[in-house]
Design a protein around this ligand. Sequence first.
Ligand code: NOJ
Length: 524
Amino acid sequence: MYPRSFADSDGDGLGDLPGITSRLGHLVELGVDALWLSPFYTSPQADGGYDVADYRSVDPIFGDLADADALIDAAHTNGLRVIIDLVPNHTSALHPWFAAALAAGPGSPERDRYLFRDGRGPDGSLPPNNWTSVFRGPAWTRVPDGQWYLHLFDPGQPDLNWDNPQVRSEFEDVLRFWMDRGVDGVRVDVAHGLVKQSGLPDAGEQAPGDNDYVHTGPMWDQDGVHDIFRSWRKVLDQYPGQRILVAEAWVSPLERLARYVRGDEMHQAFNFEYLQAAWRAADQRTVITRSLAATALVGATTTWVLSNHDLIRHATRLGYPAGTVLPQGIGPDDPQPDAELGLRRARAATLLILGLPGSAYLYQGEELGLPEDIWLSDGARQDPIWNRSGHTVRGRDGCRVPPPWDGWQPSYGFGPTSASWLPQPEIWANYALSGQRGVPGSTYEMYRTALSLRREFGLGAGTLAWVDDFGPDVVAFRNRGLLVIANIGTTPVALPPTLRIHHASTPLPPDTHVLPVDVTLWAS
Ligand code: NOJ
């Protein structure tokens, strides 16, 4: 969940930790095992809290440390694990280390904790290399004494120097700080970016930002990152119970990603290659096979994900023809999705991933079938990508709009007032939890039933066996006695008469013997 957008307890229009604690019942009812929280630490919020000024405190907009402790305790009481977000690639420009680096000047030990370099050209007025920021524009900013510092993201997010021993020991200490408070896991932001190729050579053709999904070049996926994760694993292994590390690493191919989850490194890595696969049977089969094989190489759990706080929600993505390459953020003047088709396919895709062995990650609001907010006015946008791209790339606000809890309340029940840091579109009333709870066939009830059956059948810990009986346009497999059949073709598919149907992504008439297009079925 994106804490800024989940639930607002005090009516200031920004979600907060007490808001999350008050809504834990929803997560229990939904049937998830754990919650992953995006950063809630002290931060000037240049990038929604992914710019951390103090890793050991809670930003006042979200509450305080006592609220974090209360949330962790309440989650545990409710049988939920808690995964927090660690941001080790960069700090905020307002972190005391960066202030010290600026004050201490070139060549100082304070500057060595970051990546400061002299510029190129006779007067050093050109950046040290040609790297560009993931958020667009140059990856270097010049400071008054003439040096430049590297920021792969916003200038408010200076990159740390992971060759510096102080940086290493500080983050191990931060890990211990949160493990001591009882968190069960850590999602590691930009795990593939921590170590840069020595000498910081110019990037080749593909630089960050060229492709939003796959990062290649001298700043990504360097072998040196693995040492860091091995030392973190040792820290976590000193704690009782199961504590996990989850990598956010935009790395390809999957075999390369598997290196992050070797036995002595992290436990899981988000499978963004799955997320990018087109809604075509052959593409789905291939990426599922490759994902399972890659993690099997290292004995790790495979993961599945369809949406998160950085990406266009899958109910919208799947409303475009299969294989469409979308801009990063959609506005009213862009080609529009087929919303009905998108939701139908989103539900089918969800039931497909929830039928697979491994861990599935869901993003707040997808359980309501929420689409991307493509109606958001440009004036309301807050993602740094929008400004840094010179207002050419809309960015990620459309998936961060607070979801609707109650169709009749101000801010749709997000908080006690009508305030919402991103305006919610009127169409949110149609997706509110209040209108879906207990309603057979609603997206929310489809998720609930799926999660409960997934638990009952033990699907997460199962194994996949492909079933070829239904033709090339159907993805079908068995997992722990459950038969999962997804019709991704263009015509209905005949089903064997003896099937016992447990669940379907779109309600089917009783005693049906056909599987309609864009429906996933769970049967035995
Ligand atoms: C990945 C996070 O998910 C995203 O929201 C953030 O902007 C970047 N990392 C930079 O920290």
